[in-house]
Design a protein around this ligand. Sequence first.
Ligand SMILES: Nc1ncnc2c1ncn2[C@@H]1O[C@H](COP(=O)(O)OP(=O)(O)OP(=O)(O)O)[C@@H](O)[C@H]1O
Length: 226
Amino acid sequence: MTTIELKDITKEYRSDEIITPALKNISLKIGTGEFVAIMGASGSGKTTLLNIIGCMDVPTSGTYLLDNEDLGGAKEKRLSSIRGKKISFVFQNFALIGDYTVLENVEIPLIKQPLSKAERKKRVLSALELVGISNLAKKKPSNISGGQKQRVAIARAIVCGAETILADEPTGALDSKTGNEIMRVFSELNNMGKTVILITHDKNVASYAKRLITIQDGRILSDEGI
Ligand SMILES: Nc1ncnc2c1ncn2[C@@H]1O[C@H](COP(=O)(O)OP(=O)(O)OP(=O)(O)O)[C@@H](O)[C@H]1O
């Protein structure tokens, strides 16, 4: 069960004398198994919001409750343990290691876990199976397509059993047909009970979600079922 609750969250970026407000008084609750798309103009605060939800960044003020645990003041060690175990990320540009095989890329989040090599391999193959690319395990990223690379990134995101997948423009580097295929993968994961929260500029991509949150100038402009 992963419940995300943001209460009156603000985020300001500070450098020298310049303060950039990125999020202003965001309050939001996302329950287990939801499928949420976040839309909004460039610079409206979408990535900042996703990074705070994913414990990649911390708010300037406000409260973040994850499964009722108040993460205010949580140390990096705790935040990094949440990333991966409970919540994991998929990025627009896949973020794969070129020298590693598909199998080795997906194995990365498991390396620190006390698992035998055979058990790690079993879990990787089962994640690859789920996203439909177990036949590519031995290939290097340079020898597979963009859509296949994104499937590898999704397999890496689910291999530790994270219940919540955060994706920042996961179809942004793909043509529309491949983008639709990737969205069907997210839909399948959501049907299996995973919470999916993604950022997109594309209304067609957003239409796969069941809830649409629109951000404008760091505030929630609308939040509706679709
Ligand atoms: N590291 C940073 N330092 C300073 N300002 C930042 C930083 N990251 C983001 N910002 C600013 O915070 C605001 C929100 O940025 P954010 O990246 O969250 O928007 P976004 O909606 O994801 O934009 P895009 O669609 O272009 O990716 C913008 O004004 C941006 O310039």
